[in-house]
Design a protein around this ligand. Structure first.
Ligand code: GLA
Length: 400
């Protein structure tokens, strides 16, 4: 659960104080004929900078956003799990905890069931459950809709089982769910942002030891907004591209004789160039320079504020486009058009191959950037993008 100063002491809210929670509770009662034991929520995330550095034991700087997954949950006396979501046309899915099986689990239920499976693997006795999911994190947009679900579910189970897991353990359990149940070989950034995020802050995470420093990130106070441009190009980290980048990084570390690329510095790159094939070298160069950009961003944010980080966002995008090769034409167009119309820095965010870009934009230029990106997409014959603003929000919490 959230350990940030702004929310750790927050008591569970009364239903009546929160219409969205009351609505979920009412729907739960209608679906399952009983009241839930509680309601938990966990946010999606935007990564400010530090892409594909997490599984290289490096640095990342994401923040939790004010778009969340919520789960209403009640414990059952048997080992049955019944799952229902408020979106899409999915009916109720029923399964037994003694027979959780990744291969035969399809659709969104992979995420809650993956968490239950991962907890079982850690020796935690998971009870039967009725669970209703609601989420307004856009799906497939690179904003970690899947981790938002997983983090809401693990927060609920941590409370309901009395397991007493620290956020670091919950991060590892959800990573296990993603890696070994969902089948996506992802790192620890997204769930760390969702579980450990804090209003008004970015989460500076050292992925080697999971230490966290909350860094104030208040764009508004400098007359800036953070725009998210969802390109509507959907992606999945279970299919090929993400895994092949990860494999290149592991190969690079092995050839260079280090535990992880975290251990290579920018000054080592010239020598590394002589030891690696051309493609692996460029993959390594992205990770090494990106780690350095995260550290520079943290320093600049503290010393000068958000208005100073634009060039680092731009350099991060160029590195992902040219060296790591995980961008796509839609993301490049969103970034270039934002920059040409007033944004002070822009980059794709998340794992790549689709999803969203972010553009740090002066308030005075927001409408110009929005209009320019929309018309550039129309002109290129791309799907209409969805553009919205985000601010750093609180991490996972119990609502009821
Ligand atoms: C996805 C993964 C993260 C991270 C990013 C890239 O979001 O889930 O672990 O690797 O891609 O930075």
């Amino acid at each position: 659960m959230n350990t940030s100063p702004d929310s750790s002491a927050a008591p569970a809210q009364q239903t009546s104080a929160n219409p969205a929670t009351a609505d979920l509770e009412a729907r739960f009662e209608q679906a399952f004929g009983r009241v839930p034991d509680g309601v938990w929520q966990a946010p999606g995330r935007v990564n400010l900078i530090g892409e594909h550095t997490d599984y290289n034991e490096g640095f990342v700087l994401p923040f939790a956003i004010d778009k969340t997954a919520r789960v209403a949950v009640a414990v059952r006396a048997d080992s049955v799990v019944r799952l229902l979501s408020t979106y899409g046309d999915h009916g109720m899915v029923s399964t037994d905890l003694s027979a959780l099986d990744a291969a035969s689990t399809k659709g969104w239920t992979k995420y809650p069931l993956g968490v239950m499976w991962a907890l079982q693997q850690r020796g935690i006795a998971v009870p039967g459950l009725d669970l209703l999911l609601d989420s307004n994190v856009p799906l497939g947009a690179g904003l970690s809709s899947s981790h938002a679900i997983e983090c809401a579910v693990i927060s609920a189970l941590n409370d309901l089982t009395g397991a007493g897991m620290e956020p670091e353990e919950m991060v590892l359990a959800t990573q296990r769910a993603e890696n070994d149940f969902v089948g996506a070989p992802t790192g620890i950034m997204d769930q760390s942002a969702s579980l450990r995020g804090s209003k008004g802050h970015a989460v500076f995470l050292d992925c080697r030891d999971q230490s966290v420093q909350l860094v104030p990130f208040d764009a508004e106070s400098e007359g800036l907004v953070m725009l998210v441009i969802d390109t509507k190009v959907s992606h999945s980290h279970s299919d090929g591209g993400y895994a092949s980048r990860r494999a290149s990084c592991e190969l690079g570390a092995e050839v260079l004789g280090v535990k992880a690329l975290r251990d290579i510095q920018v000054g080592d790159l010239a020598e590394a160039g002589g030891l690696l094939d051309e493609v692996t070298y460029r993959r390594v160069r992205h990770v090494v320079t990106e780690n350095d950009r995260v550290l520079q961003t943290v320093r600049l944010l503290s010393a000068e504020g958000p208005g100073a980080i634009g060039a680092l966002l731009d350099a991060s995008h160029a590195s992902m486009r040219d060296d790591f090769e995980i961008s796509c034409p839609e993301l490049d167009l969103a970034v270039a058009t934002s920059r040409a119309n007033g944004a002070i820095g822009a980059r794709m965010t998340g794992g790549g191959f689709g999803g969203a870009a972010i553009a740090l934009t002066p308030l005075a230029d927001e409408q110009q950037v929005r209009a320019a990106v929309e018309s550039a997409f129309a002109e290129a014959g791309y799907k209409a993008p969805e553009i919205f603003t985000v601010t750093p929000a609180a991490g996972a919490m119990r609502l009821l």
